[in-house]
Design a binder for this molecule. Structure first.
Ligand SMILES: Cc1cc2nc3c(=O)[nH]c(=O)nc-3n(C[C@H](O)[C@H](O)[C@H](O)COP(=O)(O)OP(=O)(O)OC[C@H]3O[C@@H](n4cnc5c(N)ncnc54)[C@H](O)[C@@H]3O)c2cc1C
Length: 386
């Protein structure tokens, strides 16, 4: 237990020190320029943090989801945004658990060293967001290849990733017994596919998220791009989705602590009517309340990670941690803006930037309604709604 605590403290301190070299101004300028944090991602890769989940034999650190979540939490707690690089952690599980020995040997060492980035995850389509199994992008076997046609939307970081993990239909929905069948996962060499059947179009968003639409027009990919068994892809990515939920929860918790810290400091310094505004309980209590909610969400996040790392079912806890943490960070964001008054809207204080960034997690990667629906149906065993 002590060894584990030491490892966590070392990780926290290491990431904190690295993040301190990327201060508020760095993230503010990226936000203003809608630019990708290339230097930050390079530094995180060089320090080995983005290869946290890659086993040591492939050049990674070989730690678990708990440790990966600490790394992402610290990025957010420092005022940064892990959205630029978090996908490498939650996509990794699919490759690690279901990839062949050849695929792992081919890709993992290069991902660990930073030679290749695996940051793009193509699942959502214009007509299939929440309802994943309705996705229509097709991959049709043709000899030693698959031919891919279709369109993905909200494929974040596609312009900054060498590889893309793609979920596509290999058997039409009408021809499968269960709607979750007939979907397959492919690992695509995105860089070489651009111009050869892939077109990427950026989408402007309310925060700097580097997200895109990706069009596939008769893209030919080698048949060995398939991960695991054809038709089983939905099950493979579900595992990864639990990891993703716990990791996003950790990011929200990092945001929450950041908002509370900033609000507390500002409230202690800002004087109105000749005394610090933080002396008023009307200012103190919402900050204290937000802090309590973050701490509570944090417990569920560690529980989700613990279950995941010990190979136990964690769907309920991963979903609940995501909902609790996203709600807590959003509450803290609102409290921070209120505490800062007018300055909460000024870019130079960074609160408005983080406010925009943390709002996403009420919707993506899974929306609050869908988590409530999951808990109602799968945990409470209430009637199925859809
Ligand atoms: C900035 C950003 C980055 C993203 N990055 C990625 C990425 O890298 N890769 C990727 O694949 N996807 C990505 N996504 C997509 C994201 O996962 C989806 O937006 C999300 O799953 C919701 O899908 P949708 O937007 O199509 O909403 P819809 O499915 O159209 O739903 C709209 C709203 O209706 C609600 N709703 C739908 N059905 C029900 C119901 N039965 N009961 C109650 N409420 C319901 C939903 O909760 C949602 O609030 C990203 C999205 C954003 C905004």
């Amino acid at each position: 237990m002590n060894d584990l605590t030491d490892l966590h403290e070392d990780l926290r301190n290491g990431v904190r020190q690295l993040c301190a070299t990327f201060p508020d101004e760095y993230w503010r300028k990226l936000d203003a320029d809608t630019a990708y944090p290339t230097e930050f991602v390079k530094a995180m890769t060089a320090a080995g943090y983005l290869a946290a989940l890659i086993p040591e034999e492939y050049g990674g650190i070989g730690v678990g989801l708990t440790e990966a979540s600490i790394i992402l939490e610290e990025i957010h707690r420092s005022g940064g945004n892990a959205a630029a690089c978090h996908a490498q952690m939650y996509i990794m599980g699919t490759l690690l658990r279901h990839g062949s020995a050849e695929q792992k040997a081919q890709y993992l060492p290069k991902i660990a060293s930073g030679e290749l980035r695996l940051q793009a995850f193509g699942v959502t389509e214009p007509d299939a967001g929440t309802d994943t199994t309705s996705l229509r992008t097709r991959a049709v076997r043709d000899g030693d290849s698959y031919i891919v046609n279709g369109q993905k939307i909200w494929t974040s970081r596609a312009e900054h990733s060498d590889l893309m993990m793609l979920l596509a239909r290999t058997t039409p929905k009408e021809e499968v017994e269960k709607r979750t069948h007939g979907l397959s996962v492919f690992l695509i060499d995105l860089k070489s596919a651009v111009g050869q059947g892939v077109t990427i179009e950026p989408i402007e968003t309310m925060m700097n998220h580097q997200t895109t639409q990706v069009y596939f027009d008769n893209l030919r990919i080698p048949a060995d791009s398939l991960i695991g068994e054809e038709g089983m892809g939905f099950r493979y990515i579900l595992d990864g989705m639990n990891a993703e939920r716990a990791l996003i929860a950790a990011e929200c918790i990092g945001d929450g602590y950041w908002f509370v810290e900033r609000a507390k400091n500002y409230a202690s310094e800002r004087e109105v009517f000749g005394r610090p505004i933080g002396q008023n309980q009307g200012i103190q209590f919402p900050i204290a309340q937000a802090y309590i909610h973050i701490r509570a969400a944090d417990l569920m996040r560690y529980e989700a990670c613990r279950l995941f790392d010990s190979g136990q079912a964690c769907g309920a806890e991963a979903n609940m941690s995501k909902l609790l943490a996203a709600d807590a960070s959003w509450e803290a964001a609102n409290v921070a803006v209120q505490t800062y008054g007018g300055f909460g809207f000024a870019a130079e204080y960074d609160v408005e930037r983080k406010f925009r960034e943390t709002r996403l997690y009420q919707v993506a990667p899974i929306s609050t309604n869908l988590i409530l629906s999951y808990v109602a149906q799968h945990v409470l065993k209430m009637p199925r709604s859809f």
